[in-house]
Design a binder for this molecule. Structure first.
Ligand SMILES: [Zn+2]
Length: 390
């Protein structure tokens, strides 16, 4: 009897380990072994962070909403970035702070599909699912609601635009791995500006369609380089800057801050206001790889994109910025550091996602609604409330 039980329990645990799907587009999940990945050294090279102390009438409703998602960004990832920049980030300017619980509809530990869907629709669904509820019924997301309200909309990412988080604001599919179907949804979504990677999911397809032809017919400027993105001043934009994911910061350059500026410049021309989602995707990949320098590079790049949004919002005064995450990755513990020279030592208990609640930083009219402990779904429901209010 015992022998049968033990064999059964061994088989059981083997089965559970092998359930977590690893898709072709996700080969960034290998833990790196070298020690150099546990320490980041800024050698005192810090970027300046101005003060944006602006106050907003408590009852004022935002006309524009910018949701910025650091994929895998827990509080430790934020503070690793802050230490690496000598103790200050643009996030310092966000005085409204809360924490969001991230468990999904079927898992204590969420993936980016369920996490993204919770932040975009206000409903908890199963891991792996994009924009559908646990019964696979379609859920309207806040970008679609904003569009319905006559606002301009945009989605930006440093991963493929077909990847889980950006797809949660553009598509409705049973699995995050249906990249070509997600590309089709994006082409038919009506979004005004989208920028990321994923060109091959629009052009090298099983159905032999070239969706960039459809995009051009719909009036999109199909752009392939960040220089083109930086130069465009108005109109519909389909920025496909890499066949799949964009490269690490060193090779891709400051795509995210530049794309954020272009998107805000274009979308803010809409008299009814706009909704924009900006994702710093690769913080998560640094966590999966247990790689502190990767995390810090991505966290500070994301922070600079936050700086671009803040520069606009502080002047515009009708814009709510919400900065949060879909989950934390790696269980990063900051074991040591030095604020003077920007050194960070990190340790990791896992190469996977964790269940710790994630920070929520808000700036602008309505920011005072996003404090304390909340569910990730509350963030989307508060955004819906602002979009529905006359
Ligand atoms: Zn992840």
């Amino acid at each position: 009897m015992n022998r049968i039980l033990t064999r059964a329990s061994v088989f059981g645990c083997l089965l559970s380990i092998s359930i977590a799907p690893v898709y072709a587009q996700e080969n960034y999940k290998e833990i790196s072994k070298e020690d150099i990945t546990k320490v980041y050294r800024a050698n005192g090279n810090f970027y300046a962070v101005p003060d944006y102390s602006v106050s907003f009438p408590p009852k004022k409703r935002p006309k524009n909403i910018i949701v910025m998602i650091g994929d895998g960004m827990g509080l430790a990832q934020v503070y690793a970035g802050m230490t690496a920049n000598g103790g200050r980030l643009f996030l310092d300017n966000f005085k409204n702070v809360g924490f969001a619980r991230t468990h999904s509809g079927d898992n204590y530990v969420t993936d980016s599909a369920a996490g993204g869907t919770a932040l975009s629709t206000g409903v908890k669904t199963k891991n792996d699912v994009i924009g559908l509820d646990i019964n696979y019924d379609t859920l309207q997301n806040v970008r679609e609601l904003a569009q319905q309200r006559g606002k301009a909309t945009g989605v930006l990412s440093t991963s493929a635009i077909t990847h889980a988080t950006p797809a949660s604001f553009l598509a409705h599919r049973k699995s995050r791995s249906y990249y070509e179907d997600i590309a089709l949804d994006i082409t038919n979504s009506g979004v005004d500006v989208f920028i990321g990677g994923g060109y091959k999911h629009f052009t090298k397809r099983a159905d032999d369609k070239d969706l960039t032809v459809d995009l051009k017919k719909k009036g999109y400027q199909v752009l392939r380089t960040i220089e083109e993105v930086a130069a465009v001043k108005d109109g519909k934009v389909a920025g496909l800057l890499a066949p799949e994911h964009t490269d690490r910061l060193e090779k891709r350059g400051n795509i995210l801050p530049v794309a954020t500026k272009t998107a805000i410049d274009i979308l803010s021309k809409d008299k009814d206001g706009f909704f924009l989602m900006v994702e710093g995707s690769q913080i998560d990949w640094g966590g999966h790889q247990n790689n502190v320098p990767y995390i810090v590079e991505e966290m500070t790049d994301f922070d600079r994109a936050i700086g671009v949004a803040l520069e606009f919002a502080a002047k515009n005064k009708e814009t709510l910025i919400i900065v949060t995450a879909d989950h934390e990755t790696g269980g990063l513990a900051i074991a040591n550091g030095n604020l003077k020279n920007g050194t960070v030592n990190g340790l990791f208990p896992t190469g996977g996602h964790t269940a710790i609640p994630v920070p929520v930083f808000s700036f602008g009219p309505g920011a005072n609604r996003l404090t304390g402990f909340m569910e990730n779904t509350d963030i989307a429901n508060i955004v819906k409330e602002f979009l529905n209010r006359k």
